[in-house]
Write a new protein. Structure first.
Length: 170
């Protein structure tokens, strides 16, 4: 397969994956552009892999994790949780409002963004890309136990944050 054909067939899928992974459309575009540029430079190596898409997806995850590490060292951040307000505003409505759906999606991406990069990548690969533990381990370059631990800890962190945001103490 030629690089141009691969990009034509896979760009939208990779972009959606990058958006879910990064939580930011602009950052997703930057990550994807950088990764596709590097994939083009060594397309002979990428196309020789048994699954070119998995290879590029792993490049994307690695780029995101590297970006998160760089950002964590340089950018201060504050936590602002609006999940409780979002849930309170939805009480009593029979049909979901498209604005609420978008707000809920945004709140989910916001909660995901608070997770460490590897935990977030593992959760997105599991629930967005629908990959098994062994495939996630291959993408992240770690052991299966590490994947299970990252997913478990990430989901636990999301439950704690959600519980706190809802005002529960248990």
């Amino acid at each position: 397969m030629q690089f141009e054909q691969y990009v034509t067939e896979s760009r939208q899928r990779l972009y959606r994956f990058a958006v879910v992974l990064s939580g930011d459309t602009v950052l997703a575009e930057e990550l994807l552009t950088d990764v596709l540029g590097r994939a083009f430079e060594r397309w002979h190596q990428v196309s020789a892999a048994s699954d070119s898409h998995a290879y590029v997806r792993r490049m994307l995850v690695n780029e995101f994790v590297s970006w998160q590490r760089r950002r964590a060292r340089t950018v201060p951040h504050a936590e602002v949780t609006q999940l409780a307000d979002l849930r309170a505003s939805r009480l009593g409505r029979a049909a979901p409002d498209p604005g609420d759906v978008q707000a809920e999606r945004s709140a989910l991406l916001d909660e995901l963004s608070r997770l460490p990069a590897r935990q977030r990548a593992a959760i997105v690969l599991r629930y967005y890309e629908d990959l098994g533990d062994d495939d996630i381990a291959a993408v992240l370059g770690c052991r299966i136990g590490t994947v299970r631990s990252a997913i478990s800890r990430g989901l636990a962190a999301l439950r704690i944050t959600t519980t706190y945001a809802e005002g529960r103490t248990s």
